[in-house]
Write a protein that binds this ligand. Structure first.
Ligand SMILES: [Zn+2]
Length: 64
């Protein structure tokens, strides 16, 4: 089965689930563009700017 990657509208976390593993009820969407892999949030300028505090893959732009 083909996996479709989705992004949380709130935290931009990329997941294959239809709801965010962090926010639960927040819906995820397939309407997202680009992504960053954050391995060290405290050292990443991008993570800092986006308010990312956990490691993972995050969408750069999410259409809401
Ligand atoms: Zn989320």
């Amino acid at each position: 089965m083909k996996q479709i990657y989705r992004a949380c509208k709130k935290c931009h976390l990329i997941t294959t689930e239809k709801s965010c593993p962090i926010h639960g009820e927040e819906k995820t969407t397939t309407e997202w563009f680009g992504f960053v892999i954050v391995s060290e949030p405290k050292l990443s300028v991008i993570a800092n700017r986006a308010g990312i505090t956990d490691t993972g893959a995050y969408a750069i732009k999410v259409r809401s």
